[in-house]
Design a binder for this molecule. Structure first.
Ligand SMILES: CC(C)(COP(=O)(O)OP(=O)(O)OC[C@H]1O[C@@H](n2cnc3c(N)ncnc32)[C@H](O)[C@@H]1OP(=O)(O)O)[C@@H](O)C(=O)NCCC(=O)NCCS
Length: 318
């Protein structure tokens, strides 16, 4: 049993089997086209790998993907050291091969390989849809995860308007965000944010529905970036920085109005310690336990803080 990087042909084969988990409502061929297009996106060509756990006879037992993120670890002198972290996604074992420890073995081997190959390695992270126990076995620790849901509706208030952001505004908008005051954090690049928008573009095309008119908004010094999750009827806030309660309400009401006009039912904001008190005061915001996408972290070197001290904005999700 050994770990290898998949060839293009092997990636295409995995698209066809993993469709069972993530393909609906796309056909197998549409899902393969989605995957090809995402793999061709600049964020992926720069730092995505597909890993296979193979039996000695060459058959594939399990697979996953890793994506590169820049990360920053505060040292004893208070200065941040830049490093590399890796987000793991699409962990998959075919039905008839499950419960033999293949996914666990894959996760162990991938982490060992990331440790070996990354002199600046900080952490491996993932967003579990199957709870914590599987990944705890491989050294991952979870971060408690809550969402704030807001209804999509026409803005009712007369707040001074926010300006809407287009795809081409993402890099500048991301540059407006203050970095977190945390002992360790991962930070999304403009390309990673655009990868979320590429997913939005793909689903809009394949499902024949309009894209939202904007991918974010600014008001004063405050900024929000978001993307449509067409399959779930949601507008998900990727990044949010609100410098006042008024700004939080303006940005999220704008998101709600954009979602409404795009035919979406709600806006979802991942709870972050810095913005939670402001989001909680936005009229109509409801706190719910997150369903899936549980952030988990496995250090690749000593000195990382416990997982709950690490911020995970939705933009980091893979
Ligand atoms: C999750 C998955 C990768 C596990 O693969 P596997 O090779 O069977 O994993 P292992 O044998 O190493 O570990 C099995 C453990 O996975 C956990 N697990 C698997 N599916 C689970 C689910 N739907 N919910 C909660 N835990 C689950 C259980 O803890 C199980 O332990 P148990 O056998 O003691 O009950 C496989 O079930 C799969 O491909 N599922 C569909 C895709 C998916 O959901 N991937 C995970 C995305 S985060």
């Amino acid at each position: 049993m050994h770990l290898v990087l998949a060839t293009e042909a092997q990636k295409a084969e995995r698209d066809r089997v993993t469709h069972a988990a993530w393909g609906s409502p796309l056909t197998v061929e549409q899902f393969h086209q989605r995957e090809l297009r995402l793999r061709a996106h600049p964020w992926c060509t720069a730092g995505m790998n597909t890993w296979l756990l193979r039996e000695d006879d060459g058959s594939v037992l399990a697979s996953c993907e890793t994506f590169h993120n820049d990360s920053h670890l505060r040292g004893p002198d208070g200065q941040y050291a830049p490093g590399d972290s890796f987000s793991i996604a699409s962990v998959f074992t075919e039905d008839h091969l499950r419960r033999h420890g293949h996914a666990t073995r894959l996760m162990d081997l991938v982490a060992t390989e990331l440790e070996r190959a990354s002199p600046r390695g900080h952490a491996a992270v993932l967003f579990s849809d199957v709870g914590a126990s599987l990944y705890r076995r491989s050294g991952y620790e979870e971060v408690p995860a809550w969402d704030w849901d807001l209804p999509a509706r026409e803005a009712a208030s007369t707040r001074p308007g926010a300006s809407l952001l287009k795809d081409g505004d993402v890099a500048e908008a991301l540059g407006r965000f203050r970095r977190p005051d945390a002992p360790f954090y991962l930070w999304p690049s403009p390309a990673q944010v655009d990868w979320h928008l590429e997913r939005e573009r793909i689903y809009a095309e394949l499902l024949g529905r309009p894209r939202p008119e904007a991918c974010g908004a600014v008001v004063g010094e405050s900024t929000a970036l978001w993307a449509m999750m067409a399959r779930h009827g949601e507008l998900v806030v990727l990044m949010l920085e609100a410098r006042s309660d008024e700004d939080a309400a303006t940005l999220l009401e704008t998101a709600g109005a954009v979602a409404h006009r795009a035919g979406l039912a709600k806006v979802v904001v991942w709870e972050q310690p810095d913005t939670a008190p402001r989001v909680a005061r936005v009229p109509g915001a409801t706190r719910v336990p997150r369903d899936g996408s549980l952030p988990m972290v496995r250090p690749l070197r000593p000195g990382l803080p416990p997982a709950p001290a690490i911020p995970f904005p939705r933009a980091l999700w893979v």
